[in-house]
Design a protein around this ligand. Structure first.
Ligand SMILES: [Zn+2]
Length: 327
């Protein structure tokens, strides 16, 4: 792995999220030498998202002692075109057909690689986590939404459109609840943190989730993954039911993907899994046993993600290092 970059080389990895932007400067061994994190929404009047990103990169470079950098890798919300680095449409960030790769390249004078944030996170977990020996890997990340990434034969799968891997929008229940994408019955509408919180808030309002009612109230925004974990630990049995069913739904999606793609390993990450790892692994395993074909699920490793918040910056750094090595 140390062969991709030469001693003394540095690259930058950027993670652009809906709430925060993080950049890290990494050395040739992919060790983080400096990092900077800011809220995505600026308090400065009139500052654009891209100027905000430039600031975060400059902050990380400062912390690392301002080394010369060879390239920049970026994980961004999509849809986007990984070949050109153009972000097609992200209403949250005010970008429409925005050439992010080009803008960063012009500002810092280096090559840039851009890909979908969840793809890049999956790539990071694959390169630096527990499953680097597997060539076919699936990553599923249930949190506020549900994202996924697919690695086939050691390469990220982009598909014809460039946007493959939208695991959260697999239809799981025909005529199920509405999803943010406008469809009904997507995995995300059934098993994301928002979907769970909606149901738990209703339980709390009618007295069926006493720990949640007392400590977090009935506002969906406050019923986060950590709150759900605490309520289950405190004995809110109906909250546990709701979360277990959501985890089982995630497992059904994974089982479907095992039947189609035959991965060697499945990485489960995201806020919900980080907060309730054994519950999610247990229910997903049960769903995989129920719904994946025996020959295809045999010996598939189901592992929790290892890198937490650093998955995207690490994956992004590795992605640009590989692009540089090809040139
Ligand atoms: Zn959807």
């Amino acid at each position: 792995m140390g062969k991709l970059l030469r001693q003394g080389d540095h690259v930058v990895g950027i993670d652009i999220g809906g709430t925060k932007i993080m950049a890290a400067v990494l050395n040739h061994r992919f060790e983080i030498m400096g990092r900077c994190r800011k809220k995505t929404r600026s308090k400065k009047e009139g500052q654009s998202t891209e100027e905000r990103i430039f600031d975060v990169v400059a902050g990380a470079l400062d912390e690392a002692g301002n080394p010369e950098i060879k390239g920049i890798g970026v994980g961004s919300p999509g849809p986007l075109d990984p070949a050109t680095g153009v972000i097609i449409d992200t209403p949250n960030l005010n970008w429409k057909d925005f050439p992010l790769g080009e803008a960063l390249g012009r500002r810092f004078g280096v090559p840039v690689a851009v890909d979908n944030d969840v793809n890049v996170g999956t790539y990071g977990e694959w390169c630096f986590g527990d499953v680097s020996d597997c060539a076919d890997v699936l990553g599923v990340f249930p949190g506020t939404g549900i994202g996924g990434g697919v690695i086939v034969g050691g390469k990220l799968l982009h598909g014809f459109s460039g946007a493959a891997g939208e695991v959260g929008h697999m239809t799981i229940e025909v005529d199920g609840p509405y999803c943010g994408c406008g469809k009904r019955g997507c995995l995300e509408a059934l098993a994301s943190r928002i979907a769970i919180a909606k149901e738990v808030a209703a339980l709390a309002a009618r007295g069926d989730a006493p720990y949640i009612a007392e400590n977090f109230g009935t506002d969906i925004a406050n019923i986060r993954s950590g709150a759900l974990a605490k309520a289950i630990e405190a004995g809110d049995a109906m909250v546990e039911d709701v979360v277990r069913r959501a985890a089982y739904y995630v497992g059904i999606a994974v089982a479907n993907l095992i039947n189609v793609l035959s991965p060697e390993a499945v990485v489960l990450g995201g806020g919900l899994v980080e907060a309730m790892e054994s519950l999610f692994i247990e229910e997903a395993t049960r769903a995989i046993t129920d719904h994946a074909m025996p020959f295809l699920r045999k010996n598939v490793r189901l592992v929790p993600a290892k890198l937490g918040d650093d998955a995207v910056v690490l994956g992004a750094a590795r992605m640009i290092a590989e692009k540089l090595a090809e040139q």
